[in-house]
Write a protein that binds this ligand. Structure first.
Ligand code: PRE
Ligand code: MN
Length: 358
């Protein structure tokens, strides 16, 4: 074959490539329309029966030179690409998507505006154990000029024999103390049926890691008009986390703060593995504020300061940590809560870090 002949053949191949590209693009646009229709009708994107019918028809038309298996392989790749296109279209239409809303959602609680580019902090004991224990922490939070106070009243514990929280009694204590010190209450609700009554006491509803896929609870949180602090599930992918947020958004509540709290991995040096890169991923993919719970992710008092610095440095909108007046006797998470002196050091470090590096 002389080189002129080769050039001619290659030119023909180039032209066919172009035609294939146009046809594939045209197919893509049609498939996008199909994707929209299917989504509107609530039909599954993946349709193996339809794929089989198309493949059988193509194989019956196949006259070579490619073998049936090759044709089947090529078209399966085309169908896969079509599915991915439909999926990415659908994702960008999600309410959580940054593509859908360019500017940050700012969640405002007692003047603390999560998502405004500045760091915000949430502190409080793991559990509300008594009025005195809770007040001691609230007082320290207030003295530092902070506004957000957390405390667990409903505690989803691994063992049913562990302290389960004081329930509504705990919420009442939180409210009373928060009012006394002019703080806002962040507390976890675990039962959709409790939501309405809890709103009397709570300013920010926390959905805990263990309930991230409690869809009825998420829907209920979506119906209320108060901010929701949604924690990532202990073994949830970022995608699952985002769909959990979508449940809340889809019910009309966009006041959501996402919270990375560490995920379960093989590593045992820390209680969970802080997935620090989840912060910028979430900031890129969504318009929602993102905070890091340094207590539950590390499970180690000695790692709280570096983990919090890392969180702020990588772009988190805030940090949450647990503080107890006497951690050694705490009824839950005794090993990881800060005492009041450690809390003071923690805040001094955060102030220095914020001033020097952010
Ligand atoms: C399409 C894409 C994915 C489905 O699994 C089947 C077919 C395709 O690429 O042809 C389009 C489509 O979504 C559909 O026909 O229902
Ligand atoms: Mn805890």
């Amino acid at each position: 074959m002389n080189s002129e002949e080769l050039d001619v053949l290659r030119k023909q191949v180039d032209e066919i490539n172009e035609k294939i590209l146009h046809l594939i693009s045209e197919r893509g646009r049609l498939v996008q329309k199909i994707g929209k229709l299917k989504h509107a009708q609530g039909i599954n994107r993946f349709d193996p029966e339809r794929e089989r019918v198309m493949l059988d028809r193509l194989l019956s038309l196949n006259k070579g030179p490619f073998k049936d298996a090759t044709i089947e392989h090529i078209f399966k790749e085309i169908f896969k690409a079509a599915l991915e296109l439909q999926e990415s279209d659908q994702k960008s239409e999600m309410l959580f998507s940054r593509k859908n809303r360019k500017e940050n959602t700012v969640v405002s609680v007692k003047g603390e505006t999560f998502g405004d580019g500045k760091p915000h902090f949430i502190f409080g004991p793991c559990s509300v154990e008594s009025y005195e224990q809770t007040e001691a922490v609230a007082k320290a939070v207030k003295e530092k000029g902070l506004k957000l106070f957390r405390g667990g009243a409903f505690k989803p514990r691994t063992s049913p024999y562990d302290f389960q929280g004081l329930g509504f009694e705990g919420l009442k204590i939180l409210r009373e103390i928060a009012d006394k010190y002019d703080l806002a209450v962040v507390s976890e609700i675990v039962n959709p049926a409790h939501m309405e009554e809890a709103l009397e006491y709570v300013d920010v509803i926390q959905i805990g890691a263990r309930n991230m896929q409690n869809f009825e609870l998420l829907k209920e949180a979506g119906r209320v008009r108060k901010p929701v602090l949604l924690k990532r599930g202990l073994a949830a992918t970022i995608e699952e986390f985002l769909y959990a947020a979508e449940y809340i958004l889809s019910q009309g509540n966009s006041q959501i703060i996402l919270c990375e709290r560490g995920i379960r991995t093989f590593e045992r040096a820390t209680r969970n593995t802080l997935d620090i890169s989840a912060v910028p991923v979430l900031k890129q993919e969504t318009h929602l504020p993102v905070i890091v719970d340094v207590t539950h992710s590390t499970g180690r008092r000695d790692l709280l300061i570096p983990a919090a610095k890392a969180a702020l440095a990588i772009g988190a909108d805030g940090v949450m940590a647990e503080v107890h007046p006497n951690p050694s006797v705490a009824l839950s998470d005794a090993r990881q809560q800060m005492d009041l002196d450690q809390f003071s050091v923690f805040m001094e470090e955060m102030e220095k870090f914020t001033k020097n590096y952010l």
